[in-house]
Write a protein that binds this ligand. Structure first.
Ligand code: 13P
Ligand code: SF4
Length: 322
């Protein structure tokens, strides 16, 4: 029996979503930064790579993608016969918006013959102009897979790019893009937490600024972080990424303590999806994300090349201590 009107309302919402999900033969995919109530309802919660792999192999009619536009686009590119829903059509990505096709074409012109590695946090149009994609979990592997003598342009995240350059030992041409959410995480904040909680293990996402990354015990994609905190004893962990991931960590590790490196590292785009919008999306079969044919065909190739490399190798694994 729900204790309050609010709880009763939420229960009814959840029931509607589950019923619509069955009627629509839908699967709910959620990124690790989604609101707790969305994560709890989802069929699969993961990072960009895991969600892409899932989207490719799904046998549902509808994919309700609780994440941001570039993730829903990737799902639609990989599985175009499905209806891919993004509960809030405006859920974009501050970093993906920093690079335009014209800017990329200028960069390619300035570096003729260079190979372009596009972080998946880019639009389908940008992917269509790129040679291979990467995510935060396989970026080192992807760059290591390229011919040693090739010049490589890495877009759009200068921080992930700088990290990959250091780990792979290769010179990369970087673009001036970054994540406005991870940019908020400051070295002083992490240092203060480390002083207050001696022995705490620091996990940072490679989108974080280099001074934060250099303080980390582990540099990991979001799902790699979830796996790592399961493996380590802790009991205290400082999490230098978007705060939504801490829900999953707490749920899976009741005896461990998780401290956000910055409580304000909250991605406004990720949080646009909520239960009401998810219900409306499943009911109305919209907003739908579909990538036009010509762009889809060209954007598919760099994504598929990345997937063909398989899972991150032990060497390329972004999460090495460094
Ligand atoms: P992951 O691929 O590590 O989940 O990261 C996606 C993202 O947008 C981080 O800001
Ligand atoms: Fe984009 Fe940053 Fe939000 Fe990730 S956290 S979706 S990179 S704005």
């Amino acid at each position: 029996m729900p204790a309050t009107m609010e709880a009763a309302g939420r229960e009814a919402l959840v029931e509607d979503i589950l019923r619509l999900k069955r009627e629509r033969r839908a699967v709910i995919l959620a990124h690790n930064y989604q609101r707790p109530e969305i994560q709890d309802l989802a069929d699969f919660v993961g990072d960009s790579l895991g969600l892409s792999q899932k989207a490719k192999s799904l046998d549902a009619d509808v994919i309700a993608f609780c994440g941001v536009r570039f993730m829903a686009e990737t799902a639609s590119i990989l599985n175009p016969s499905k209806t891919v829903l993004l509960p809030d059509a405006l859920a974009g990505c501050g970093m993906a918006d920093m690079i335009s096709v014209d800017a990329l074409l200028d960069l390619k012109e300035a570096h003729p013959g260079a190979l372009v590695v596009a972080y998946v946090n880019t639009s389908a149009e940008i992917k269509a102009e790129s040679d291979i994609c990467c995510t935060s979990s396989n970026a080192v592997d992807v760059v290591n897979s390229l011919p040693k003598d090739a010049e490589v342009i890495f877009i759009p995240d200068k921080y992930l790019g700088a990290y990959v350059a250091r780990r792979s030992g290769r010179r990369l041409v970087l673009y001036e893009g970054w994540c406005p959410v991870h940019m908020e995480i400051k070295e002083e904040g992490v240092a203060a937490l480390k002083r207050r909680i001696p022995g705490a293990v620091v996990l940072a996402h490679p989108e974080a600024p280099p001074d934060v990354v250099s303080m980390a015990d582990w540099v990991l994609s979001t799902e790699q972080m979830v796996v790592k905190v399961r493996e380590l004893e802790g009991p205290d962990f400082i999490i230098a990424t978007e705060t939504g991931i801490i829900h999953k960590m707490r749920r899976e590790n009741p005896g461990k303590r998780f401290h956000a490196a910055d409580d304000f590292a909250v991605c406004p785009h990720m949080k646009m999806n909520d239960l009401e919008r998810l219900r409306a999306a499943l009911r109305d079969l919209g907003p739908e994300v579909r990538v036009p044919g010509a762009i889809r065909e060209r954007a598919w190739l760099p994504i598929q090349r990345m997937l063909d490399l398989g899972l991150p190798s032990k060497d390329g694994f972004v999460g090495c201590r460094c």
